[in-house]
Ligand binder design. Structure first.
Ligand SMILES: [Fe+2]
Length: 388
């Protein structure tokens, strides 16, 4: 921010400003090359250790559509998708993310991606035939933050299943909505993503200016990806959207009926950030999957940037439910372009868990009443080890 006097506090408790109030101490250099024109997050390539177990989770339970599969990989898509896939499950020895893949506007954007990342000294590889099935000419890079990305334009078109109501299930996943990445230095990551053409929609800060997380978009929703502060580079979650809240409740009911309620990590609930209804699941390898619905339109150039106070107990869950510690600490490894896990660097800024639910942490319900606005019986929920 860091000066909250320059921001407007809304009647809902958070702040709004016109410019993203995030300033890095250690910025990546801004390339002189034009960045590729990113359309949207398109798919994630996920390495899983047991392909059959993952197929049960993503196909039999969550109902993603199989575009193509073999002994090594399964290519899955959501209901409304017309490109080949939104998720690749690839069998491998270490559960990790092989690529966060973005679709770009035109083939020339691949040349721009090569120039942009080469200028930054990043490792860049291009494959005219694509790195996975269904995707044509593609560029893969490891960015300055250590994350593996892919950019592509050409892809096989497949049938959009929206009208196939005979196949839909109560918990239908209709779109890939976003990625979420864990990185030690959120302001540095945000500045780099801004250079790549992303815009900040929301963030979480304290009044000293420490940034705990930021949400950024290319498509006109709250985000295509978010940067969450923590040891990284790691992948926090991949998120699919449903049409309605009741679809998310149906997934919970189904998991209970299957005696797989242990796949539910957090939620269902309503986020403060993004205003979306949410549920967090863990797949058989522990990869986190969010199911999400009903965030808001962000496509105007003067879309206000929302800043939440880290101590606002409604920022992560609008109903004030506690965030479970595993949600803060656990995340998936990411791979380099040769398939080796990227080293994880520890966060040195204070952690959101420590300042909110740790021994010295605190949260408030009503900003003007401060910490005392949380009743004593509820404060225990926010101290590690206090749970019964
Ligand atoms: Fe998310």
């Amino acid at each position: 921010m860091t000066n909250r006097q320059e921001m407007t506090q809304t009647s809902s408790g958070f702040y709004v400003s016109q410019e993203a109030p995030i300033h890095p101490d250690n910025p990546t250099p801004t390339p002189t090359s034009t960045p590729p024109d990113v359309l949207r997050c398109a798919y994630m390539e996920l390495v899983v250790t047991d392909l059959a177990a993952s197929r049960v989770f993503y196909v039999d339970i969550l109902g993603l559509y199989v575009t193509e599969e073999d002994d090594e990989a399964i290519y899955l898509r959501s209901t409304e998708e017309f490109i080949h896939h939104n998720l690749v499950l690839r069998k491998g020895p270490v559960a990790a993310v092989a690529a966060f893949s973005y679709r770009v506007r035109e083939p020339a954007d691949l040349d721009r991606a090569v120039e942009f990342y080469t200028e930054l000294g990043c490792e860049v590889r291009r494959n005219e035939n694509g790195f996975v099935k269904g995707i044509g000419d593609s560029v893969r890079v490891v960015d300055p933050l250590g994350f593996p990305y892919e950019f592509f334009h050409q892809t096989d078109h497949v049938e959009r299943m929206s009208w196939r109501y005979d196949l839909h299930i109560p918990g239908e996943l209709v779109r890939l909505d976003h990625f979420n990445q864990v990185t030690p230095d959120v302001p540095r990551a945000v500045k780099f993503m801004q250079d790549l053409g992303f815009r900040v929609t929301e963030d979480i800060q304290d009044d000293e200016g420490t940034v705990y997380a930021a949400w950024m978009r290319r498509k006109p929703t709250v985000h295509d990806t978010a940067m969450t502060g923590g040891d990284g580079p790691r992948m926090h979650h991949v998120c699919f959207a449903t049409h309605e809240k009741h679809n998310i409740l149906a997934i919970c009911d189904k998991l209970g009926a299957l005696r797989r309620s242990d796949a539910i990590e957090r939620g269902p609930g309503r986020h403060g950030v993004s205003n979306a209804f949410y549920l967090y699941l863990r797949d058989p390898d522990g990869h986190r999957v969010e199911v999400y619905t009903q965030d808001y339109y962000t496509g105007d150039p003067d879309n206000p940037v929302i800043t939440w106070d880290v101590h606002d107990n409604q920022r992560r869950d609008w109903w004030g439910n506690p965030v479970v510690p595993s949600w803060y600490t656990d995340a998936s490894l990411v791979l380099d372009l040769d398939g080796n896990p990227q080293p994880v660097v520890a966060r040195t800024d204070t952690s959101e868990m420590a300042v909110t639910i740790g021994a010295d942490g605190f949260s408030y319900t009503r900003p003007d009443e401060g910490e005392e606005s949380m009743p004593e019986w509820k404060q225990g929920e926010y101290k590690l080890g206090h749970q019964l």
